[in-house]
Design a protein around this ligand. Structure first.
Ligand SMILES: [Zn+2]
Length: 144
């Protein structure tokens, strides 16, 4: 399960509306509880490096990721997930999303943005132990 505050939830959904008709992407920072629940305490926007095909692919700039990870550690936050938007596409992971997901135990949050308006937000946990058995599994989002 992913726990997120109303304001962080709105922030990541707004981001997808702002970059429409392109995809947005960003990082979820927070902590992992003993029962495996991920608790989001902040979000960080990232630049999209996939300028060739902004509407159906995303890739976080590695330099951004290192900076976000470092700044998070200074606040005792870890990277616990990632988010991106699907402009005019359902809030379901694509084959590309699956191929490019490598952070096991992290949440992958996808928001569908239809005609510039954020509609559905879903989260998927990357389970498994290596590239051969990895799976993106539906998980509940609790907005508090
Ligand atoms: Zn996607």
């Amino acid at each position: 399960m992913l726990k997120i505050s109303q304001s962080n939830y709105e922030t990541l959904r707004r981001h997808g509306e702002e970059t429409y008709p392109h995809e947005c992407c960003g990082v979820l920072l927070g902590r992992m509880e003993d029962d495996g629940t991920r608790v989001v305490t902040s979000t960080a926007r990232a630049g999209n490096t996939r300028l060739d095909s902004l509407h159906n692919r995303y890739n976080i700039d590695p330099k951004d990721l290192i900076r976000i990870q470092r700044e998070g550690r200074e606040r005792d936050e870890d990277i616990i997930g990632f988010y991106h938007s699907h402009p005019d596409h359902p809030a379901q992971w694509s084959q590309t999303d699956h191929n490019e997901a490598h952070w096991f135990g992290c949440s992958y949050v996808i928001t569908s943005v239809e005609k510039g308006k954020a509609v559905l937000t879903n989260s998927f946990e990357l389970t498994g132990s290596d590239e051969d058995d990895k799976k993106l599994v539906d998980e509940q989002i609790e907005v508090a």
